[in-house]
Design a binder for this molecule. Structure first.
Ligand code: PLP
Length: 393
């Protein structure tokens, strides 16, 4: 062919983190078929959907088989019932004013985080390093260059705003994947103040807000002034086990503007043009999550993972291994002991304890020397992994 392609794809770094860890694990299993390998690297949930969700889906499936209740295309932004349920969660549970017309329901946070660049022009892009890779890659695909904000032990893996006046698009993820670090009210306020002062936009990824158990902000909109400078993107994946069911949402204040452009209206137009809605059955499942019973059942799911995280964290504490996360987050970010770098520690854990984790350097250069463990495994496997680590470290 002689067509021009999007040559920005040539600027993407090969994404071999999870394929390489999987390949090493496969090789090890093939060479040691009698040994049980346990994954604490998994970023996917393992526990089934809450009963309230299953009941709602079953009911919705039956409706789809009856002429009177059958539904075709769903509204591009979500049915009113789910937009109202999510706005109600903000108002009643988080004590934050959000209106239903500010909530856009989509098929997960990854899509919205990747697609949001459609409504943005050429700006300075600030992205923490290390962080969830989607922010970086979606900007590179669209031809933007990225400025990294180092997230290091010195700043507790919570970058602070730059000391300049350049209007920027800033990505923040709190509780953070991979470090588990969580912004407190004061630190997040500094970002909002910076954004307001410089005319910047914060894209706030709150995919793990339901893991917060201490007095820390669940939402950027908990900070005064954020409605003038922020978009929030959240997901039911880790809150309610929807990784395979697929639902997330983006909150854009109806008054959020840059120059003559209203970002809520722009996103509405973008979604109406390129997206045809989340399936009715899934939206009913999502609605069930935000009922009193749903929130209780999903909290139980999250508590299960948090208990796993606590077990891992207690062991690391006992062994004197430095780490962040493990509370208010499903992730534990540890400093590789004994001078190991990220990949050599991966090999060491696999060889000596048959445990798989994720090398920190895979999330950015500042992750070198660090390692991510997750709490999404079963209790049984987590306990066994903890016992093995107790012997090894
Ligand atoms: N944001 C962060 C920080 C994540 O870690 C993930 C998934 O691992 C997502 C977003 C994507 O969530 P979803 O499953 O809704 O696409």
């Amino acid at each position: 062919m002689k067509i021009k392609v999007n040559e920005n794809f040539g600027n993407l770094k090969p994404n071999y983190l999870f394929s390489e860890t999987a390949q090493k694990a496969r090789k090890y299993r093939a060479e040691h078929p009698d040994q049980k390998v346990i994954s604490l690297g998994i970023g996917d949930v393992t526990q089934p959907l809450a009963p309230v969700v299953i009941e709602a889906m079953q009911k919705a499936v039956l409706e789809m088989g009856v002429k009177e209740t059958f539904r075709g295309y769903a509204p591009e932004y979500g049915y009113d019932f789910i937009r109202e349920a999510i706005a109600g969660y903000y108002v009643n549970k988080l004590n934050i004013a959000v209106k239903a017309n500010e909530v856009f329901v989509g098929d997960g946070a990854k899509s919205d985080l990747g697609n949001i660049v459609d409504i943005l022009g050429d700006n300075r892009i600030l992205i923490p390093d290390p962080v969830y890779p989607v922010y970086m890659d979606s900007n590179i695909m669209s031809g933007r260059s990225v400025t990294l904000l180092p997230a290091t032990a010195e700043n507790n893996f919570l970058p602070t705003p730059p000391d300049d006046d350049i209007p920027s698009v800033v990505y923040l993820c709190s509780p953070n994947n991979p470090t588990g670090a969580v912004y407190d009210y004061d630190k997040l306020k500094k970002w909002v103040d910076y954004a307001k002062k410089t005319g910047s936009l914060i894209i706030f990824d709150s995919a793990y807000e339901s893991y917060i158990r201490e007095d820390l902000p669940h939402s950027i909109f908990a900070i005064e002034g954020a409605r003038d400078c922020a978009i929030e993107i959240n997901s039911l994946s880790k809150m309610a086990g929807f990784t395979g069911t697929r639902m997330g949402y983006t909150v854009i204040p109806e008054t959020l503007t840059s120059g003559e452009f209203n970002l809520n209206k722009m996103w509405a137009r973008r979604q109406a043009t390129k997206f045809n809605g989340v399936p009715y059955v899934v939206q009913r499942a999502g609605e069930a999550v935000f009922t009193e019973r749903g929130l209780k059942e999903c909290k139980d799911l999250v508590d299960y993972y948090l208990e796993n995280a606590k077990l891992i964290a207690e062991l690391l504490e006992k062994k004197g291994v430095w780490f962040t996360g493990g509370v208010n987050s499903p992730y534990i970010w540890l400093k590789c002991p004994d001078g190991f770098d990220s990949w050599s520690f991966f090999d060491y854990l696999l060889e000596k304890a048959q445990i798989i984790g994720t090398p920190g350097v895979g999330f950015g250069a500042n992750g070198e020397g660090y390692f991510r463990l997750t709490s999404f495994g079963s209790r049984e496997n987590t306990l066994e992994a903890v016992a093995r680590l107790d012997k090894l470290l």
